[in-house]
Design a protein around this ligand. Structure first.
Ligand code: MSP
Length: 645
């Protein structure tokens, strides 16, 4: 075993369902945990939910249920998503569990007894959304400096943690521990924040105003401030004050992942709390950037929040994990678009990685199915082997420096070197010419290197990389990055490869297909121009046409399909007992309001389909010319469901 690694995610509020931001941090933590496990580290991965506070109380009130009931219902969504995403967390903590609440209470009592917490009158401003107090000078244009919302004036007695007394210590600690807050520019941001005098932290809320929280052990009129409670999860979950041996085994955390918006709570509140408790600091707090929709901040009000479930439906769990890890440079913001996801999927995974596997499997099967023993390597083999060696050492390096995207890019560079190698060697010609000696070397080199690359990508795409290794005849062998680094790889020669379905079949973007069914895709038209087909082949008989049942339909409901910016979800009246659901790719041309009430023309006997998770029965007709698209409608009033022919 090389070392220990404890990784945490922020614990997520249960006021809403999980979105791509939550999925990202959790996948990132999972990938880091899998990498460390694969390198032989004693690894522990914690995630969970933040269940107290105003946000949860408000959300529960809106649904007319108790906060606990609300938390119990919402937490399942997170747990189910993590299961679906193959997340390998060792523990999941909920802040409403006794094991957490009891530790929080003990900490509060201890700090109170030691004079680290005191009672005082608070006069100032309060932001309900952020659940934070501000002084007059903190406000920006009279509004919350963090979220820009209105703040309310407040005067009340509260309990305060003596955070201010740790200000100088914290500044020194950050300066003398350059890895403590990462990336470095976030450490500077914190130091900038610490240039102003640090106030003491209000850690209580009067029950009269907010009752959903952990009661202060020394004053039952108050509950604990949600952040003070929540931050403690990182230690309450691993045995603090309960099991010294377990705690010593895990703490200090190796990496505490957060999003950039919760930097101050983690780089100022948390370290000073730990200092007051006499607990060691985590080794690093790493703030990642935000996923934007295109170039715009994701927000519920803009309706552009990406739902992870939709993306899993589109490209599968592993490819979604791959995209998130490969696309975002840790620390910076990144843009999420469906197009970028499909582009990367089709190029990196379908064309490069999937293609290399299918080439070696097909050629090996043709040669009998066993990975042959190689002959002497030539310059070509050495070049490909060296690219894979570089990927192995590069991945370790990038991981240590939190440059995951670069580590993945190094693996893909090696995959491309593999495809180039195959093209240069042309093993199909070797097979044709019975040049078995060279053919064996090529097949062996590709199989052995591909297996090493799969081990490197396994933390990112555990399912697909296991399939890849199985296809190369690895059976149940578990090869780790530790093995690769130690040059400890069993010889694959003699293993039987297995025929497999394409690992990453190319995906054609359904939303790119023209809405008008009769308009042919551009590509096909070009192909036709190159090889003109006799015109007669395009003609159909009247019987064939009669198979298509066209009908009028009235749009009775229309809305955008969540997570699909080109699709509208319609309900159409076709003169049947119930309106039908229909998904149409017209959102770029018609708003839901514009299409509502129109009498359109549909193909009514099309087989039902599920499009992006939504049922669709029928297809509307539209005419497309260049960038213009117009719905086919009828000339004057006619009832819905009228037959067209
Ligand atoms: N409950 C607090 C954390 C307490 S930790 C002791 C919280 N919860 S949250 O559910 O609102 O947010 C959790 C994380 O999701 C934050 O790290 C936040 O940065 C992250 N994200 C929210 N939207 C995001 C994106 N669009 N992109 C990436 N991550 C973002 O804050």
């Amino acid at each position: 075993m090389s070392g220990k690694f404890y990784v945490t995610t922020p614990i997520y509020y249960v006021n809403d369902r999980p979105h791509i931001g939550h999925a990202y941090t959790t996948i990132l933590a999972d990938v880091l945990a899998c990498f460390h496990r694969s390198m032989g580290d004693d690894t522990y991965f914690l995630t969970g939910t933040d269940e107290h506070g105003q946000k949860v109380e408000n959300a529960a009130a809106k649904n007319g249920i108790s906060p606990q009931q609300h938390a119990d219902e919402t937490v399942v969504r997170f747990q189910e998503l993590w299961k679906k995403l193959g997340i390998t967390n060792n523990d999941f903590i909920r802040t409403t569990e006794d094991r957490h609440k009891d530790v929080v209470k003990e900490i509060l009592q201890d700090l109170y007894d030691r004079g680290e917490i005191y009672k005082a009158e608070y006069t100032g401003w309060y932001c309900v959304g952020c659940e934070r107090y501000f002084t007059e000078k903190d406000l920006v244009d009279g509004k919350c400096p963090d979220c820009g919302r209105e703040v309310s004036a407040l005067k009340e007695s509260n309990y305060f943690f003596r955070m201010s007394k740790y200000q100088e210590w914290l500044i020194d600690y950050i300066k003398s521990h350059p890895d403590f807050i990462q990336p470095a520019f976030r450490a500077n941001e914190t130091l900038g924040f610490l240039k102003q005098p640090l106030a003491d932290l209000c850690i209580s809320r009067p029950k009269a105003r907010l009752s959903w929280g952990i009661e202060l052990p020394f004053d039952s009129d108050y509950v604990c401030y949600v952040w003070f409670d929540a931050l403690i999860n990182y230690i309450s979950a691993v045995g603090y004050r309960r099991d010294d041996a377990a705690f010593a085994r895990r703490w200090p955390a190796g990496c505490q992942l957060i999003g950039k918006d919760i930097l101050t709570t983690h780089s100022v509140y948390w370290p000073t709390m730990l200092k007051a408790m006499n607990v060691e600091m985590p080794k690093s707090i790493f703030a990642h950037g935000w996923w934007l929709t295109g170039n715009t901040k994701m927000s519920k009000s803009l309706g552009n929040v990406v739902n992870p479930m939709d993306m899993i439906g589109l490209v599968g769990v592993d490819a979604f994990r791959y995209f998130l890890m490969a696309e975002m440079t840790l620390g910076n913001d990144a843009s999420f678009t469906r197009e970028a996801l499909l582009r990367r999927y089709n190029s990196d995974l379908a064309n490069d990685l999937g293609n290399l596997l299918s080439r070696v499997v097909k050629l090996t099967l043709r040669a009998g199915g066993a990975i042959p023993a190689p002959g002497e390597p030539t310059g070509n083999e050495e070049e490909f082997n060296a690219a894979v060696d570089t990927a192995v050492s590069g991945m370790k390096n990038c991981l240590e420096n939190m440059k995951l995207d670069q580590g993945i890019a190094a693996v893909l560079t090696a995959v491309r070197a593999g495809n180039r190698y195959v093209e240069q060697c042309a093993p199909w010609a070797m097979a044709k010419n019975n040049d078995t000696a060279h053919l064996n070397t090529v097949l062996y080199t590709v199989a052995a290197n591909l297996r090493r690359l799969a081990v490197l990508l396994a933390p990112v795409m555990p399912g697909k990389m296991a399939e890849l290794q199985k296809a190369l005849g690895s059976g149940d062998e578990v090869l780790t990055i530790g093995d690769l680094l130690a040059g400890n790889c069993p010889d694959p020669a003699g293993r039987m490869v297995q025929e497999v379905a394409p690992l990453f079949p190319r995906i054609q973007d359904e939303e790119e297909k023209p809405a008008a069914p009769c308009a042919k895709p551009e590509k096909k038209e070009k192909a036709k121009a190159e090889v003109p087909a006799p015109e007669v082949a395009e003609l159909i008989t009247i019987d064939q046409f009669c198979k298509v049942k066209l009908k009028t339909a009235k749009v009775v409901a229309a809305e955008k399909l969540e997570g699909a910016d080109k699709l509208l979800k319609l309900k159409i009246d076709v003169g049947e007992a119930e309106p039908r659901p229909l998904v149409a790719g017209v959102a770029k041309y018609y708003t839901p309001e514009e299409i509502l009430g129109k009498t359109i023309v549909i193909v009514s006997n099309l087989q039902p389909a599920k499009i992006r998770g939504a049922e669709s029965r029928g297809m509307l007709l539209a005419a497309k010319a260049g960038k213009e698209l117009r719905l086919v409608t009828v000339d004057g009033d006619i009832p819905a469901g009228a037959e067209i022919g």
